[in-house]
Design a protein around this ligand. Structure first.
Ligand SMILES: Cc1ncc(COP(=O)(O)O)c(C=O)c1O
Length: 382
C-alpha cells in the first residue's frame, strides 16, 4: 500500500493519507528548545543503559500525576520507543511453549513479537457491539497453565476503544484464575481520550495485582515525538533487571538528547498537548460523522487514540472494473487506486471486514478525502 501510494504521489497525484500512525504536528517548541540546550550542555555521551535518573524521576512523577499511582525509579526501563520496550519484554519473558493472550483487533506488532520470542500468541476475539473490549469471561476461558501474559492496549490501536473502570475490574477477577500470568498494558494513547472518557490504568484500579502488571508508555503520540524514540516500561524490579541485561547487550541507552527532550515533555505545562488534544477530538468527530454518512459504511465512535475502525462489509460486491470487491484488502486497494485514499485494511489487525482510518491529519484532508471516497462509491454503484 505504501509503495503504491508513493508511486501515485510521484505521478503527481494528491494522496489522502489516512494510514499514518503518528501525529501530524511538530514536536512542541519548548521541547525542541530544551533538546537544543541539552546538546550544548553536552548531552552527547552514553547514559545509564536504562535511562538517566532525571528521566526516570520525571516518568514516575508523570505516572503519579496522570495515572494516579506512583512507581519507583528502579521499576522503570527507558527504551528506544514503546515498540522497543515491548520487544525487550518479549525477549525477557516469553519462551517456547508459553502462551500470550492478545485480544483482537490488536496492534500488529504484538503477535509478531510473541512469535519472535518463540512463544504462541492466543488471539481472543472481541465484539464491536461490546466496544471491542475483552470480557472477563473470555479472558478466563483463554487462560491455561501455559499462559505467561496478556497484552492489553487501552485506548487501542486500531479500534480506538478504551477500557472503562468496571471492565478493568472484571478482567482483574479473571486474572486471578492464573497464579502468575502477567498483564502487560500498552498505555501509549492513555492521554488521548475524548468527550470526557476517563482513562483508567489497570495498575491503579487493581492494586492487588500490581506486582503482576507491566505498563508500557512513551512520548511518541502524546507529545508528537515519534522520531525521538523514547518509550519505557514500568515493571517489577526483577523484570526491570532482566530488561537492563537485554538492552545492555543490544542498543544500550536511548539517545541522550532524546531523553532530555522527554524530560521537558513530561515536566512542562501541558498547553501544547491540550491544543493537540482538542484538534484530535474535533477531527475524530469529523472523521466518524463523515464515514457514517458514506453509503455502505458503518463506524463506531472511538473513545481515544487517533483511529476510526470502519465496517466496510456493506461495500462488498461493488465492482472495480471486472473485479468484484470481496475483502477489506480489496477495498483498501480500490480506495487507493480510485479515490487516492490511503487507509489500512483491517485483516492484519485481526479485524477482517474493517478499514482503519487515521485522523492524524487536517480537517480539510478528512473532508476532501471522504468526498473522494463518496464519489468512488457512487460511481461504482452506477
Ligand atoms: C499501540 C501502539 N503501541 C506502541 C507503538 C509504538 O510506539 P513507539 O513509536 O513509541 O515505538 C504504537 C505505534 O504505532 C502503537 O500504536
Amino acid at each position: 500500500m505504501a509503495a503504491r501510494a508513493a508511486k501515485l504521489r510521484e505521478q503527481g497525484h494528491r494522496v489522502f493519507a489516512f494510514g499514518v500512525g503518528e501525529p501530524d504536528f511538530e514536536t512542541p517548541e519548548h521541547i525542541r528548545e530544551a533538546a537544543k540546550k541539552a546538546i550544548d550542555r553536552g548531552a552527547s555521551h552514553y547514559t545509564a543503559v536504562t535511562g538517566t535518573p532525571a528521566l526516570k524521576k520525571a516518568i514516575c512523577a508523570a505516572t503519579e500525576r496522570d495515572r494516579g499511582w506512583a512507581p519507583r525509579p528502579e521499576q522503570v526501563v527507558v527504551s528506544c520507543g514503546v515498540k522497543h520496550a515491548l520487544f525487550n519484554l518479549a525477549l525477557a519473558l516469553f519462551d517456547p511453549g508459553d502462551e500470550v493472550i492478545i485480544p483482537a483487533p490488536y496492534w500488529v506488532s504484538y503477535p509478531e513479537q510473541v512469535r519472535l520470542a518463540g512463544a504462541t500468541p492466543v488471539i481472543v476475539p472481541t465484539q464491536e457491539e461490546d466496544a471491542w473490549l475483552l470480557t472477563g469471561a473470555s479472558l478466563a476461558a483463554a487462560i491455561t497453565p501455559r499462559t505467561r501474559a496478556i497484552i492489553l492496549c487501552t485506548p487501542s490501536n486500531p479500534t480506538g476503544s478504551a477500557y472503562p473502570r468496571e471492565r478493568v475490574v472484571d478482567l482483574g477477577q479473571a486474572l486471578k484464575k492464573s497464579p502468575d500470568a502477567l498483564l502487560i498494558v500498552d498505555e501509549i494513547y492513555g492521554e488521548l481520550v475524548y468527550s470526557g472518557f476517563k482513562h483508567y490504568s489497570p495498575a491503579l484500579v487493581l492494586p492487588d495485582l500490581r506486582d503482576r502488571i507491566i505498563v508500557v508508555d512513551g512520548v511518541s503520540k502524546t507529545h508528537a515525538m515519534t522520531g525521538w524514540r523514547v518509550g519505557w516500561s514500568i515493571s517489577p524490579p526483577e523484570v526491570a533487571k532482566a530488561l537492563d541485561v537485554i538492552q545492555g547487550q543490544s542498543t544500550t541507552n536511548p539517545a541522550a538528547v532524546s531523553q532530555e527532550a522527554a524530560i521537558a515533555a513530561l515536566s512542562s505545562p501541558r498547553d501544547d498537548f491540550m491544543k493537540m488534544h482538542a484538534a484530535f477530538q474535533e477531527r475524530r468527530n469529523r472523521m466518524v460523522e463523515g464515514l457514517r454518512a458514506l453509503p455502505g459504511v458503518k463506524c463506531r465512535m472511538p473513545d481515544g487514540a487517533f483511529y476510526a475502525l470502519a465496517d466496510v462489509r456493506g461495500l462488498y460486491g461493488l465492482k472495480a472494473g471486472d473485479k468484484e470487491l470481496k475483502s477489506d484488502e480489496d477495498i483498501a486497494y480500490w480506495l487507493l487506486d480510485t479515490a487516492h485514499v490511503a487507509a489500512v485494511a483491517g485483516a492484519p489487525f485481526g479485524a477482517p471486514g474493517y478499514i482503519r482510518f487515521s485522523y492524524a491529519c487536517s480537517k480539510e484532508t478528512i473532508d476532501e478525502g471522504l468526498a473522494a471516497v463518496r464519489q468512488a462509491i457512487e460511481a461504482a454503484r452506477r
